[in-house]
Structure formats: C-alpha cells, structure tokens
Design a protein around this ligand. Sequence first.
Ligand code: DOR
Ligand code: ZN
Length: 355
Amino acid sequence: MTILRLPGLIDVHVHLREPGGEHKEDYASGTAAALAGGITCVLDMPNTTPPTTTYARLMDKRQRACQGARCDVGIYAGASHDNLHELAAMAPAACGLKIYVNETFGPLRIDDATLLEQHIAAWPGPRPIVTHSEGDVLPLVLELAARHGQRLHIAHVATRREIELIVAAKERGQAVTCEVTPHHLFLSVEDRARLGPFGEVRPRLATPDDRAALWHYLDYIDCIATDHAPHTIAEKQSSTPPPGMPGLESSLPLMLTAVDEGRLTLERLIELMATNPARIFDLPIQPDTWVEVEIGPRERFGARPLHTRCGWTPFADLELAGRVRRTVLRGVEVFDGERVLAAPGSGRVLFGTAA
Ligand code: DOR
Ligand code: ZN
C-alpha cells in the first residue's frame, strides 16, 4: 500500500442545487461530499431554480454559500435569453459565464446563434466563458470565441469528434481549454443497460471508441471535472428520469485507480485536478491544504457510505484501488477518512461582491 499527499483538488464543474433543489443537494451536503472526495474548492453551476442570471440572484446564492459551504466555492453566472445587460455587473463576482448551447436539465439554453454571439462578445471576464456545446454546435462556439478574442473552456468533452476539434483549435493557437468527466473516461454505452436511468446523463455516455479517444488525447485535456449532478433515486426511477449523476466522491478514487494501472502519472493527475483548474479560473492558493490518499488493495466503491444527499453512485460496483484517508483545509482536518468535520459556513466564497 502507498500513502501519498496531494494538494487540495479543484472541481470546476459541480451542481450544488441551491436554491430550489435542496432535496437533491445543498451547499452543506455537496461540499461535505467534495471534502470526502479530496476536493477543497468547487465551482457551482447556474442551472438552479431560479437560475443564476441576475446580479441579485448571484448575491443571494453567494449569501447561501457563505452560510452553508464547508469548502471553498466559486459561483457561475448563467446566460439566458434576456440577461445580456446583467453580465457586466455579475462578472466580477462570478467564476465564469456558463452558456448552455444544448438542451439539458433546467431552463437555461441559448439556441439562437445571434444571441450566442452577443453573449460571447459581451462577457467582460476576467474569468472564462464555459460552454455546454456538444457535437454539431462546437465548431460555431470555437469560431465565435476566436472571432471575439474570448478565452473559452469547453465543459465535459465526451466524443472523439469533439476532442479532435479541440486539439485542432489548440494547434491553431486558440485560447481554448477543456475538461472531461470521470464518467466519460470510465463508462460507455455498454454500461447503459446495467445502469438504466442512473446512466442517463448529458452529454450521454458515448461509445468505447469515444472513450478511448479521450484517453488517447489526454495530453490535450486540461481538467478532470466531475459534472456532479445529483438527482434523487425516486427521480431517477420515475417515468421521466432527469439526466445527471453524482461524482464528487468517486472522482479521485477513480483517477488514482488509473494511476495504479499506469494510465496516467501522479504528476499529470495533479495538473488535471489542481494546478490547471487554479490557473484557468484564476483561483486563490489555499495554504496548508492537502489530501492524504492511499493506493492499495481494491475494494468495491459502493461499500463505503456517501456524503452526497442523493445517496447513490453509478460506480458502486467498481473495484477501486484509490481512497481518500484525510483532507486538510487551511491547516484544519476537515475529513478524517470517515466523517466530514468541517462546519457549514467554514468554507470561503470566492471573488468579490462589488459590481
Ligand atoms: O446530465 C446533466 N445533468 N447534464 C447537464 O448538463 C446538467 C446536469 C444537471 O444539472 O442535472
Ligand atoms: Zn453540468
């Protein structure tokens, strides 16, 4: 067995569901799951109820995160069909602008090319534009970002075609970065029958060839991000299962298992899960912050209790070699391998309140 110390990890794509979806997750439960997964900073998506599309809603969310969060949290602004005039006010307090170009869970979607271009042109930064831009819409998004000189981060790349388009854009010198999820690296359409509605997610689980392409082009991928998207077991078993799966607690165990198998180095894991996310989103250093992990005998991931409120994981049946033994945030032990010790409100909410 090997015991290692890693920096606190950063997950740039999580859905903490507050406000409006607290029965699935809230700041306190979602950040507990993050700490149990070795993640000390999360960036929270805007497709809540109501969505984070105005300065007032961003401030309300900030207030809730200040009270509930146990790890550090940045909050995304979301693009909507009627909020172009809000972007300048939201930008200084947001970790980025999220634009949903494809349909997914929640009401946010920009499916009009003119409006998409207006949002891309109007975002003042300094932090990036993040797009949910699957398949056919990806070339347009890349072109618009290049035309307006905007820094672009592509969420959850899932297919060979998408990663090859991004590789080509990077080779042209475009300022584009991207993330992949552990579920697209470890699962595929072949798992869909086994997982049933629990395997429903956007982007969908892709083919084994798509999955192989993500591993093949790993050198061009900037971040591992979970897209932690909790829904309750009852919702998933309903006649209209919402897409999404939790990932905060399984991400590091899965990636450490890949290190154990020689699929990537530990140095590369640290770049993908800490150094690159901090650089791309301009996140503050967390002093005295680290995660103690163990790589050892395999155990069934589902054998340990979870901290996410949704209470399930699509990885329960996998035998994983990696485990989080303890998480320390700013010198304080916040997870002891079993229990989360940090109180709600002890995390910091990033970026200023000033408009
Ligand atoms: O599967 C997904 N679930 N994909 C998304 O883009 C949104 C997410 C959610 O919020 O549930
Ligand atoms: Zn998402």
